[in-house]
Design a protein around this ligand. Sequence first.
Ligand code: PLP
Length: 441
Amino acid sequence: MPVADRPAPKEYRRPESAVLHAGAELRTGPTAPVITPIFQTAAYELPGTATAAAIFDLTEDGHAYTRLNNPTCDVLEARIAAADGAPAALAVSSGQAATTIALLNLCRAGDNIVSSDELYGGTWNLLANTFARFGVETRFVSPADPKNFAAATDERTRCWFGETLPNPKLRIFPIEDVAGLAHQAGVPLVLDNTLLPMVCRPLEFGADVLVYSATKYIGGHGSALGGLIVDGGTFDWTRHAARHPLLTEPDPAHGGVVWTETGAGLGSALGRSPYLLKARETLLRDLGSCLSPFNAFLLIQGIETLPLRMRAHGENAAAVARFLAAHPAVASVRHPSLAGQEELLGRYLGGNGGPLVQFELTGGQPAGRRFIEALRLFAHVTNIGDVRSLATHPASTTHAQLPEADQLAAGVTPGSIRLSLGLEHADDLLEDLAQALERAR
Ligand code: PLP
């Protein structure tokens, strides 16, 4: 059968296949490309006035303008949705844009969010300062006791938020316990799964919405920023209608539509998630933080090898954590593969402790600085998720703008060093660490 006539596979049960094939409907036509093409266009010629009106009225699928959707971005969305076992996803310009849109989609001034206090520094700032200036309050609680989330919740709470593996605290989030309490309270659990794509599938354990910085592991090459929001499609907005009026009451931001009653006529993923349909058609439309099709193409190149890379990152991180834990110049090491988190490591992460290691030298901050400067193979970079190994000092970089108490809550001590383990040979990494530890003494 010629490629052009071959039906596109519709269903992928296993994530390893989904990241290679989902969205392959584009591989049709007389010159069917194997690789997803880049639709490098701002706008699309509309098929006719009636169809154009139907697209804008959300009764028909289609593309009008790349700020709202784009066929290359559609493929990336299909891949992450299939990988997470979700009906729909939304691609945006960065991880920060993903968190902003995912949460503001549920909140207006006067509402509040209950969030874990174990967060990436940029997210802490977004919630504690920028959202607060919009009139959306965030109540930070420790996830060590899931009941803390319920205790901080009131009638204006719209969602709970956390990170599956907080960067850089590396303490696994108690997903099922918190999700169970969230659903009793009538709020969705939104989790940032940036550190663990394909390793942890939080929707299976009760999380409702996921956000990703695709800049990190999904891309893997460190060459493009991007963000993704994934809707598990399981949260019952209408059952908790009074708590979620933005989804269940007429929305003046889109001609008075009720999002939970809209999109049923759409055959695409757009119709399977009222939550993401609203996010795309109001916030993405208004804030304009859309993913460029070129970056979507680069991120698709990355996501295809994600399962293999996540396995290798986890193995290298575990080897480095074991090495550091046995080294006399190291005061403490954090990695989920070390003693203490066995139960959640097995239950949620399939035994893969993830790609990051945090540690502290016995010589404190001065030794930490000497150590970073002595590294040869590791690059000194405030990023994670590259195929190359990276090292950084969070207290003076990623978390520098947090007050000290909030730095400590997030797991950042003055002398701690964060390693993002790449795909080099483990022995080369250990040799570089050994020589840098020696020179940092
Ligand atoms: N979430 C986590 C856990 C991160 O580590 C980061 C960035 O470092 C972000 C979100 C923000 O992502 P981006 O830099 O793509 O905006």
